[in-house]
Design a protein around this ligand. Structure first.
Ligand code: CA
Length: 224
């Protein structure tokens, strides 16, 4: 999953990015409204953390414009104070949730997990595909009840595929959602990661759709 953090307070921006990267996300950052708008317009983020008080262009205007041009990624709004009028403006502009400053980073993480999950159509914090269980809260993967040790890249890859079960995901899409802007991207490495992931999982839940990409089939409720 790839996120955008928009916050002009450099220390806070750095703290947020560090915590999100630690939690396994690929993260891009913006420090003013113009940069934020451009990134959100051109890059496919799985969610955005958006401060409202920004230089060059305020957060409400950025969000309103994103929605107007059809950008639908979940947006978590940061409000400067616990002011009800800021929250209302945030929701009216197309925000999905908000957190008032000062906040605990754990709350941001929990709300983002929920936003990303719900945007992908999952109601609970656990996603199950056959024998594989992804605990999005703990960032843990179990196969037949046994924990599997994955690198952060492998976890990010599996997490993206499992969030989007039933849909063929191209390598380009994976590259766009697994790496931040500054990463030296190469879609050939995806194949290598998928190979390693399959070996570690030991079960075949990732299908290769020749020439198209990868597919993880959804588990039907009540099935195995
Ligand atoms: Ca600010």
């Amino acid at each position: 999953m790839r996120l955008l953090v928009v916050e002009d307070d450099r220390d806070l921006n750095r703290q947020l990015v560090a915590a999100l990267e630690q939690a396994g996300y690929a993260v891009d950052r913006a420090f003013d409204g113009e940069e934020a708008f451009f990134l959100g317009e051109t890059e496919p983020y799985d969610a955005v953390v958006l401060d409202l008080g920004l230089p060059k262009r305020d957060g409400i205007s950025v969000l309103t414009e994103w929605r107007k041009i059809g950008r639908t990624m979940p947006v978590l709004v940061l409000t400067a104070r616990d002011r009800w009028s800021d929250k209302v403006r945030g929701f009216d502009a197309g925000g999905d949730d908000y957190v008032a400053k000062p906040f605990h980073v754990e709350e941001i993480l929990a709300r983002l997990r929920a936003l990303v999950r719900r945007a992908a159509g999952h109601a609970t914090s656990e996603i199950v595909c056959g024998p594989v269980r992804l605990d999005t809260r703990a960032g843990r993967v179990l196969v037949d009840g046994n924990p599997i040790k994955l690198t952060s890249h492998e976890l990010r890859l599996l997490s993206y595929l499992m969030h989007h079960t039933g849909r063929v995901i191209s390598r380009t899409e994976l590259v766009e959602h697994l790496y931040d802007q500054d990463f030296d991207r190469d879609s050939n490495t995806i194949e290598v990661f998928v190979g390693r992931l399959r070996k570690k999982l030991g079960v075949e839940i990732i299908q290769t759709m020749r020439g198209l990409g990868y597919l993880v089939a959804p588990t039907t409720p009540g099935g195995t």
